[in-house]
Design a protein around this ligand. Structure first.
Ligand code: GDP
Ligand code: MN
Length: 416
């Protein structure tokens, strides 16, 4: 799922004519001050990151004057909150909150439902998971029939929203459904839906995840990589997504990570996993003091061309001291497609790197033939290449230890 930031989601709310607080996004403290000046009353300054619970984490602050807004923005911008770098803040009029409600829609994937489920609760502001079930009104939506204003009124009525503002609440729920539908969302939430002391109802916060498959129909959203991720996509991440978009057979997953390890670091291993157990390989390497700067995964029977491209992405990372193919799961796909793709990548990359450490673990259907392709295809290359099959899939620790040994030799040799 591709997640939008609060301000991007609120821009969609605006299109649906849903009331949102007056405000704008700032990337510098000076911009924050200008926005606060324009608003002309106390403001709230909110970090724009792909995570909820910002309030509790210190990412939502109040300012009475534009100068104060500038100061707060100066401290928030550049900070790391929930492991994410703050590159922008949303400066909005501070609402006088009388009551916080919750509205959300997710896809109910149960076999007897398979439809959007609209949820509304008068207990907003907190995690919806911690609200007792009898305080949440829900409706499974028949997408052919659609969701109507009277459905929204019914939901609000079920949890006893006062008649004074039930119409405003229902309009917001309806707008939420329209936005969910129009953009092919998997999840959409207003938490809190704010009732102000003057009796106005607005969307105080917004969370939206767009279904990966809808992203292609909505270039206007500017989503560069149709995958939920904690951080903004890097150049290599974007290339990997380009590979994925062009060919839907199997996956070419690739994400650069900020994988730091505790204690001494002996080297950096470009990692190429396959299937479910692949993450174990990363743990194993980390435990041996080897850093892994990416997680790549080719699963679900990709063609050799896709495997080749994933391997090339792994090799494109600067400063790697080794390459590991971690097929820690006996897959039922025919493994020779992997073998062919890997051999092609290695034959291009290894001549540039004499003595380079390479660990290839490949297990599953057509394993014998695939290992043969790997051996034949790499036997004349000047590199440290170890090739293993199914007998080693449980030996994460041993493989990582061998990798470390090779990396140490390689580094020593290069130092001369
Ligand atoms: P989240 O923690 O990431 O979900 O960020 P929210 O935007 O939901 O803000 C967290 C909490 O801050 C809200 O539930 C409110 O209690 C509070 N808050 C946010 N905006 C305002 C505001 O304009 N006025 C007041 N009084 N409180 C606010
Ligand atoms: Mn919230």
């Amino acid at each position: 799922m591709a997640r939008l930031q609060e301000h991007e989601g609120k821009a969609l709310f605006k299109i649906a004519k849903m009331p949102i607080p007056q405000g704008a996004v700032a990337k510098t403290p000076a911009e924050a001050r200008q926005i606060a000046e324009k608003i002309g009353k106390p403001v709230v300054v909110k970090v724009q990151i792909w995570a909820g619970g910002r309030g509790k984490a210190g990412g939502v602050k109040f300012a009475d004057t534009p100068e104060e807004a500038e100061k707060i923005a100066a401290t928030l911008l550049g900070m790391t909150i929930k492991g994410l770098l703050v590159e922008a803040v949303l400066v909005e009029e501070k609402l006088d909150i009388a009551k916080e409600y919750y509205a959300g829609i997710i896809v109910n994937a149960q076999a007897d439902a398979r439809c959007p489920v609209v949820m509304f609760s008068t207990e907003g502001g907190m995690d919806i998971e911690s609200v007792p079930a009898d305080k949440i009104a829900m409706m499974n939506v028949d997408v052919i029939r659609g969701f109507k204003i009277y459905d929204a009124l019914n939901l609000a009525n079920k949890v006893k929203v006062p008649s004074a503002h039930i119409t405003q609440v229902a309009r917001l729920i309806l707008g939420l459904y329209e936005t969910f539908k129009n953009y092919g969302a998997r999840l959409i939430e207003i938490n809190p839906m704010v009732v102000t002391k003057e009796g106005k109802v607005l969307a105080g916060d917004c969370r939206i995840s767009i279904d990966d498959s809808s992203v292609i129909r909505h270039p206007e959203l500017g989503i560069k990589v149709a995958r939920e991720s904690g951080t903004s996509p890097t150049e290599l991440d974007k290339i990997a997504w380009w590979v994925e978009e062009k060919d839907l057979r199997g996956t070419c997953y690739f994400a650069e990570m900020n994988n730091q390890i505790q204690g001494e670091c002996f080297g950096t291993i470009g990692y190429h996993g396959m299937g479910g157990g692949a993450m174990l390989g990363v743990d194993g390497l980390n435990k041996q003091g080897l850093r892994v700067p990416d997680f790549a995964d080719t699963s679900g029977n990709p063609p050799a061309s896709k495997v080749y491209r994933a391997a090339k992405l792994v090799f494109s990372q600067p400063g790697i001291d080794g390459y590991m193919l971690g097929g820690f799961m006996a897959a039922n796909q025919e493994q020779w497609h992997h073998a062919h793709g890997i051999v092609k990548a290695l034959r291009e990359e290894l001549p540039k790197r004499p003595g380079f450490p390479v660990m290839l673990l490949l297990a599953g259907n057509k394993e014998k033939e695939s290992l043969e392709i790997l051996r034949e295809g790499t036997k004349d290359l000047n590199a440290r290449i170890r090739i293993y099959g199914g007998e080693r899939v449980y030996d994460t620790v041993g493989l990582a230890a061998e990798m470390k040994e090779m990396v140490l030799e390689y580094k020593k040799e290069r130092k001369g």
